[in-house]
Design a protein around this ligand. Sequence first.
Ligand code: F0G
Length: 459
Amino acid sequence: MEFKTIIEPFRIKSVEPIHMSTEDERIAYMEEAFYNPFLLKSKHVIIDLLTDSGTSAMSDRQWAGIMRGDESYAGAASWERLEHEVNDLTGYPYILPTHQGRAAERILYSYLGGKGKVFISNTHFDTTRANIEFNGAEAIDIPCKEAKDTASSFHFKGNMDVDALEDLIKKYGREHIGAVILTVTNNSGGGQPVSMQNAEQVSAVCKRYNVLFILDCCRIAENAYYIHHYEGGYSTTSYRKIAQQMFALADGAVMSAKKDALVNMGGFLAIKDEQLAEACTSLLIITEGFSTYGGLSGRDMEAMAIGLQEVFEPDYLNYRIKSTQYLGEHIRAKGIPVIYPIGGHAVYVNAGLLYPHIPTHEFPGQALVCELYKKGGIRAVEIGSVMFGKYDDNHKLIPAPVELVRLAIPRRVYTQSHIDYVVEVFDEIIKTAKTAKGLRIIKEPKFLRHFTAHFEPIK
Ligand code: F0G
C-alpha cells in the first residue's frame, strides 16, 4: 500500500524558531533591502527558498562526525575519509578539497581558460560563467531543443544539444575548447535532469575530438533519481551506481558540496589526469589551503564524507524529489506557469507568462520575487534578465531567454505543512497578478549583479 502523504523520512531533533512577520512589516523590510531579497535579513523571512545551497539540515551522524573532525594541518584523518569517499564515488584518483564550488571552478577554469578559449555547457551556472568570463574566455550554452518546449513532459530537458556541441568544436577548433561542462541537474536550465544516454553522447564527442569533459556534479544524486525512474534500463541500478557510471564518462568533476553532500560549506575538484591535477594543486595551495584541507576544517570534511553517503539513500531521495514535485504540481494545478516536468531541487515559475503586462526591462521575475515576500514572507530568487540580462552598446537591455523565479527547497529543512503554506500563498499571487508592478535598477555592479543590485518599483 502506498500512501499519498509524503512523510519526512526523519524525526526532528533540534529546532530553529521562525518569526511570523506581518505584511506591513515586510513591506518596510523590502524597501530597506532595495527590493532585492539577497539584501533581506534572514530573520525577516518566513520560508526561505532563496537557495538549496548550504541550507541543508545535517543528520545526527553528521553532527557526531563534526566532533570527530581531525583539525591537523596535513594528512588529517577527516581528509582521508573524505578523499576515500569522493574517490569511491567518482573513480577519479586526484581529489582537491575546496571551500565551495566556485573555488573549484576558479582553479580549474582559470587554468584551462583565458582569452581565445571557449567553454561549452548545457547551461553554465552563473558563477561558472562568471569564472570563465572573468579570465577572458567565452561561455556558450547549448541546452537541448526539448528544453524550449515548456509544455512537453520530456523528462531530460537538462540534456545538452549534442549536434550543436560537435558543430561548435568544429567551428572553434578543438585546441580552443577549454572544456565541455555538463551540469547535472541543469540548475539554470530549470533544475532539469540529464539522461545517461546524453552524458554518453557528450562523452563520445569529447573523446572523438580529444576535448576535456567535466561534470558539474553538485546535484548528481538528484539526477540519478531521474535516471533510475525515468530512463529505461536503470530501474534495478542503485542511485549511487548510476552516479558512478556517469562519473566514469567524464575526465573530472567540480562539486559544490553545499547541495548533494548535505553540508553547509564545502566543495571539491576531482580529476583523472595527473598533470592537470598537479597544476590545479599548485593553485589550490596558493589560494585555498594545503592539499589535504583546501580551505575546509577537518569537521567540514567529516560531515561531507557522511553526507555523500546519506544523499544516495532511497528513502531520502524519494522524499526529496517527491516533495519538490508536490509543490510544483500543486501550484501548476492552480494555473501558475512552471517549467515542466518539475526539477529536482526547485520549482521554476515563468514570471514572464504570469505577468504578461510587465515588460522584460521592468523585470517580471523580480516583481514576483517581491510579491512572494510581501504576501507570504517567502524568499525566492529571480533567474531571468536581472541575473542573465546584458546591455548592448547603447545600454539597452538584452533580456535573458526567459523570466524565471526559482523556489529552491533546502534539503531536510521544511516539512509538508511549510510547503502547503507556500502553495496557499500562491492563491494570493494569482488574485493580485494583474496589479503587480515592474521595477527599475538604480544601482548595479559589473559582475553577478543580482546579488547586490538596488531596485525601485515603477509607479
Ligand atoms: N554549479 C552549480 C550548478 C551551482 O548550482 C552552484 C551554486 C555552483 C556551481 C557554485 O557553487 O555556491 O558552492 O560556490 N549554486 C547556488 C544556487 C549558489 O543557489 O543555485 P558554490
